[in-house]
Design a protein around this ligand. Structure first.
Ligand code: FES
Ligand code: FE2
Length: 542
């Protein structure tokens, strides 16, 4: 077999057919520099351990080291437009209450959603309030988190307003989205997002409104669900109806810090096809044209599916946004699929596709997740009110939301068809890892690369927890497949082990000050042993 060639000397794409950059050369408008960037990430070809989709320990590690410290999408800013608007964002076993406390860019507050009296969640759902009143006994806080009222205050001599300020969670905004971070020492959101805003300069998401918000609980680990929406490699088998007008194998995949990007051209056929669709067939496959329905859109003589799709998009956008701006947009921006990923779980689409996805664990369950689908639309004049979330039941197909999602509903049903089967297969496989492709699934590899970094980075406070325990010996077993980075040489593993023990098991184990850590094989597991004094006897099976 001959070695693959590099089209036009560019770096990322190695498959058949024209590269995405080649297709941009044919655009009817000047192409912006951000679309010309071709910056693949290379993350090797090692398997990704199966256990990270299955094990409770890995979920606990994600809670302790990822969700508790990373910037994450909480809600749209438009939901918190007026002072007193509230929203709830739940992640694993933590509930966060978002409040518009004041007008202006810094007026959004986020609190742990728990009453400081006996812990009741302060709010149960999105709404509008003048103050934060607990429904149980009536403790009450201002929107700024200051204690306002205590029923029977005479009976609470220990409750001082200064001590009963609601603990805050950090917030930030970008693109009309509100992000939260539970780590008070986290890096600024702007640093975390890096170049992301620059990619959306031409497609400002803050100027859109939430036309649709559909969510569904899926019975799979959140990463299984998310990864089904991070590549076009599955289109050939999962969505074959798209192939006449979807350049799946020519897709481009890039990495920019905490952000990754995939771009798939539409209106041009898949290189996998063994026949040559004409321009109308290419177009029909992208607009869900049924054979027995009257034509929705026809390719004019001498034109192409791609140009026809672009012109149709210009016509419909021109009625709601500045026509001069619409005229400046390339065919690519109007037609193609730019699906970005912001680590760890947000997927805002670029161009004029309206999708933003979010995937996260459902409650504190590592075997189910919530998939949110937002459709963000441009508008003219006064901002329409944002859609309220509609939660599909687990046995309800996405087609149940066809009025809101259109042809996407059928596509999501095709995607979901695989998901539980993946989770089932991962439980039953005797293979230790998932074998992602190097390029076409590089967005997923990039995600795991970042996840590894977050999970292996011990929180600063760990040593505080580990010091001062009674002298003695404690050993814990960490399954090798869960975290292969634990098998690095002992000089490096020591700080990882100490905090991993603590964080993974989520129960306090006394470890003596100045203890040492052993890392050794035992019954197919890696055993992490903290000990003080002389080296302990070999482990026995417990
Ligand atoms: S639990 Fe909130 S007032 Fe008692
Ligand atoms: Fe799909």
């Amino acid at each position: 077999m001959s070695a693959p060639t590099v089209p036009n000397g560019r770096t990322g794409f190695r498959g058949n057919g024209p590269s995405y950059q080649d297709l941009l050369d044919l655009d009817s408008k000047p192409v912006p520099a951000s679309l010309r960037r071709d910056e693949p990430g290379y993350f090797g070809d090692a398997d990704i351990p199966v256990e990270r989709y299955l094990s409770r320990e890995f979920h606990e590690l994600e809670k302790a080291r990822l969700w508790s410290r990373v910037w994450q999408l909480a809600c749209r800013e438009e939901v918190l437009a007026e002072v007193g608007d509230t929203e709830i964002y739940d992640i694993c076993d933590t509930s966060i209450l978002l409040v518009r406390a004041e007008p202006g860019p810094d007026g959004i507050k986020a609190y742990y959603n728990a009453c400081l009296h006996r812990g009741r969640a302060l709010r149960d759902e999105r709404g509008h309030v003048d103050e934060l009143l607990c429904a149980f006994h009536g403790f009450c806080w201002s929107l700024n988190g200051r204690l306002k009222r205590v029923p029977s205050a005479w009976d609470f001599p220990q409750v001082k307003p200064g001590k009963f300020q609601l603990p805050e969670v950090r917030t930030g905004t970008w693109g009309g989205f509100v992000f939260v971070n539970m780590d008070p020492d986290c890096e600024p959101l702007e640093d975390f997002l890096g170049e992301l805003p620059a990619f959306f300069d031409r497609w400002p998401l803050e100027d859109r409104y939430t036309r649709v918000h559909i969510s569904k609980v899926l019975k799979v680990n959140w990463k299984v669900a998310q990864e089904a929406f991070m590549e076009s490699f599955h289109v050939i088998t999962t969505h074959p109806q798209l192939l006449p007008g979807f350049a799946d194998a020519n897709s481009q995949y890039d990495v920019f810090g905490n952000v990754s990007r995939a771009v798939s051209a539409r209106g041009v056929p898949s290189p996998y096809l063994s026949w040559a669709p004409d321009e109308q067939q290419r177009l029909n496959s992208q607009i869900d044209q049924r054979m027995d329905d009257p034509p929705i859109l026809e390719v004019p003589a001498g034109s192409t599916a791609r140009k026809t799709l672009a012109q149709a998009a210009r016509r419909s956008l021109g009625s709601v946004v500045d026509p001069a701006y619409v005229e400046s947009l390339t065919d690519a921006e109007l037609v193609d699929s730019y699906y970005m990923t912001v680590f760890p779980n947000m997927h805002p689409w670029g161009g004029f596709n309206q999708i933003t996805y979010r995937f996260r664990p459902y409650r504190d369950d590592h075997q189910s997740c919530i998939m949110d689908v937002l459709l963000l639309s441009p508008f003219q004049g006064r901002r329409p009110p944002p859609a309220t979330e509609r939660r599909l039941s687990s046995d309800e197909p996405w087609r149940g939301a066809v009025d809101e999602l259109g042809s996407l509903a059928r596509v999501f049903d095709q995607d979901e068809f695989n998901l539980e089967a993946v989770q089932k297969g991962l439980r039953t496989t005797r293979k230790a890892g998932v074998s992602f492709s190097v390029y076409q699934e590089s967005k997923i590899r990039h995600f795991h690369h970042l996840l590894d970094r977050w999970l292996s980075d011990p929180p600063a406070e760990d040593d505080r927890h580990l010091s001062g325990g009674p002298a003695g010996f404690a050993a814990w077993r960490v399954k090798k497949k869960v975290a292969p980075w634990l098998t690095v040489p002992s000089a490096q593993v020591r700080p990882l082990c100490r905090s991993t023990i603590w964080r993974t098991l989520a129960r306090p184990m006394p470890v003596p000050e100045n203890s040492r850590v052993l890392c050794r094989r035992w019954n197919g597991w890696n055993s992490l042993c903290a000990y003080a004094g002389s080296k302990p006897a070999p482990l026995s099976r417990t």
